[in-house]
Every structure is written in C-alpha cells, then in structure tokens.
Design a protein around this ligand. Structure first.
Ligand SMILES: *[C@@H]1O[C@H](CO)[C@@H](O)[C@H](O)[C@H]1NC(C)=O
Ligand SMILES: *[C@@H]1O[C@H](CO)[C@@H](O)[C@H](O)[C@H]1NC(C)=O
Ligand SMILES: *[C@@H]1O[C@H](CO)[C@@H](O)[C@H](O)[C@H]1NC(C)=O
Length: 349
C-alpha cells in the first residue's frame, strides 16, 4: 500500500473517532459542556487536521478514560510551547478547578502554567485557554507533566469521569545553532537565520528527523512519517495494534506473518492446535516434540508419569532417618522400621 493510500485510510479511521464536523451540527457539541484541542494544535503534533475532544456533550470522552490513552499520545514537540484548549459550558452551569499542574522533571520542564484562574466557572460560549509548558532551558530531553482538572455542576456534583488526570510528555530541546543546518535539516525542516532547524508540522527533533504519530505506534512499531507506523513482524493496523493472524495462535505459537503461526516445539497445525504428544504430558508437563514431554520438577518419564522420590522428601515434613518420606509417612529402607525408620529390624535368623 502506498503512503498516500495509508494516509487516506488513517484519516478515515481517525474521523470515526474524533473528526471535525461543523461546530453547529457536530454531535459531540450539542449545547452541553464540551472541551477540545483545536485543529491547528493537533496538526502541529500529528500533521493532520482534526479536533480532539476531551469532553463532549457533558461527558468525558471514553478514549480518555482508557487506561492506555496516555501511551498513545504523541510527545509534544519542542516547537510547541503550549497546548490550547477550547471549552464551553453551553446551556448548563459548570465550575472547574485545577488541582495539579506538575512537572515530573523540573530540570527539563518547569510546572505548566494556565492562562486562566485555577478555579472558576466554565465560560458559556466557546473560549480558549492555554496551558503553557515552559522548558527550564537547562536541559534537553523529554519530561512528563501532569494536569488534574475537576469539573462539577452548580450543585457540586462531579461530571462523570472526573477528575481528569492527564500525564503527557513534552520535548524540550536546546537547539544549538549548527553551521551545517542547511544540509542537516530533514523532512523539509527549514534552516532559519540563526542556523537552527525549524520543523514542519508532524516532525520534531533538532534536525526534524522524528515523525509524530497519534495515537503512538504500539507493539514496537516505529513512526516513520506523521501518522504512519511501520509495524514489526506479526502486527498490523494503522497503529500496529493488531496481530495479523485472524485466529489466535494457540499453545504458545507466535503470529509471524499474515495468518501464519510459528508453533512452539511440540505443537503443529495452522493455529498450533495439535500436540505432537499422542499420549498427553501428565502432571503439568509440556509437549516439546514427538511424544517428548518436558516435565515439571519432581516428575520424569516420557509422559511425566513418574514421580521423582527426591522431591517427595523435600515436600514431606517428617525427618525419616533411614527411609523416604512420602505423603508425610516414612517408607523405610529394608532392614529399618518405626515412625521415623530409626529402629533397626531384628536380624532374621
Ligand atoms: C494558544 O494560546 C497562546 C496564548 O494564549 C497564543 O499565543 C497562541 O496563538 C495560541 N495558539 C494556537 C495555535 O491557537
Ligand atoms: C538552571 O540553571 C540556572 C543557572 O545555571 C540555575 O540557576 C537554575 O537553578 C537551573 N534550573 C534547574 C531547574 O535546574
Ligand atoms: C524501528 O527502528 C529501530 C531503530 O531504527 C529498528 O531497530 C527496528 O527494527 C525498527 N522496527 C520496525 C518494526 O521497523
């Protein structure tokens, strides 16, 4: 599939989830509380135009409540010093307060600063506020920061899904002037008069060589162009979210190519559903080859059917003197008897 085609499909998918419609007939924005990140901003981190709704119709968007949501967020590039949200209360009254604006690495990033009061009323009509993300200026790197937001009704009832606790990541880069900037800026980054690369939307890094994907590529996929993931063997999907095998590979088999399982030793079949051990391995043993079992500690035999006496001794609590403990009884060696096998049997004459 060529890149363009992939991109069209990607946009289609993203639209299903977040796509912009006209504000007035956008079903996510029907007069009740809404909060979103605008198109311009999203374009900066992902290279395409869409809104991302955090709250719509008075409800926190389900994908934000997904525990994996944060993993899928792009890193906010160095070029972007703030995230702007737009919100509106619509027909009802809502009150908000921020209880956390925190940087988890202050050597890179100072705590975020909001452009509105920490506590107040959500504006009736759509209004923008910004969360600025000031890099400390001392260190380059990626810092995690946290935002905690509560929104409640006039009667103090929290909105479903509140408080909103987000952890995001921001890149801070001390881009140093580089006389060879002209040659090094990649991906149509522009070398400015200070000899620093300025990256186009969807790219970051000192030489614009890092593409940004939203959601982030999963399962070890690489983001190779804005919104395009290159997936490792065995995974597919726009974000490498899925294994390629339509049916799961069983018994520890791995999906390695489209509908192809690589079975672990001891199994075969299209989905590794058949065991090579005609007599099943007993006592927790695993089939490792044609009628070969690898037994759990304490068992042996082709099918792990034999209990190893040594182990029994150690699981037994009785200190048998001349015998083996089995099921908490001493089984005495020939010539010995007694509960602990500590009495020599009288010699038979
Ligand atoms: C975001 O807000 C800041 C500060 O209010 C403003 O300077 C900037 O232009 C806004 N950016 C966008 C993309 O709307
Ligand atoms: C950054 O460096 C300045 C000057 O060297 C220092 O005063 C300041 O404490 C440093 N800030 C952080 C967050 O490390
Ligand atoms: C992703 O990039 C790394 C580093 O360049 C490489 O080692 C790895 O094989 C790549 N993975 C995929 C799935 O392309």
């Amino acid at each position: 599939m060529d890149l363009k085609m992939k991109f069209v499909i990607l946009l289609g998918f993203v639209c299903l989830v977040h796509c912009r419609l006209d504000d007035n007939n956008d079903p996510r924005n029907n007069g009740d509380l809404a909060m979103w990140i605008d198109e311009k901003q999203v374009k900066m981190v992902s290279g395409y135009t869409m809104k991302i709704f955090a709250i719509s119709n008075g409800n926190v968007s389900p994908y934000i409540l997904d525990p994996n949501f944060e993993k899928h967020l792009p890193i906010i590039p160095a070029e972007m010093g703030y995230v702007n949200f737009t919100w509106k209360a619509g027909s009802k009254k809502y009150f908000y307060y921020f209880d956390r604006l925190q940087s988890f690495d202050e050597s890179i990033l100072k705590p975020p600063v909001i452009s509105i009061k920490a506590k107040g009323r959500v504006p009736k009509r759509a209004k923008e506020f910004s969360i600025s993300l000031p890099c400390s200026g001392n260190n380059s790197g990626i810092a995690t920061f946290g935002i905690g937001l509560h929104i409640e009704t006039k009667k103090g009832k929290p909105l479903n899904g509140m408080p909103l606790k987000l952890k995001l990541r921001k890149e801070c880069s001390q881009k140093n002037p580089d006389p060879e900037c002209d040659k090094k800026c990649a991906n149509q980054g522009r070398c400015n008069h200070e000899k620093i690369c300025q990256c186009p939307e969807g790219y970051m890094g000192p030489y614009c060589s890092t593409a940004l994907c939203y959601p982030q590529c999963m399962n070890g996929g690489n983001c190779t162009a804005p919104g395009i993931c290159s997936c490792p063997a065995g995974f597919q999907g726009l974000h490498c979210e899925g294994g390629i095998c339509s049916e799961k590979c069983l018994n520890g088999g791995k999906c390695v190519q489209k509908d192809t399982c690589e079975c672990s030793k001891g199994f075969y079949g299209q989905h590794c559903e058949y065991s090579k051990c005609i007599i099943p391995c007993l006592n927790g043993g695993k089939c490792r080859g044609v009628n070969k079992c690898r037994c759990q500690a304490g068992f042996k035999g082709d099918h792990c059917e034999i209990q190893v006496a040594k182990l029994l001794r150690s699981t037994c609590n009785i200190p048998c003197k001349r015998g083996t403990c089995s099921q908490n009884t001493c089984i005495c060696d020939p010539g010995w008897h007694g509960r602990l096998c500590n009495h020599r049997k009288p010699k038979e004459v």
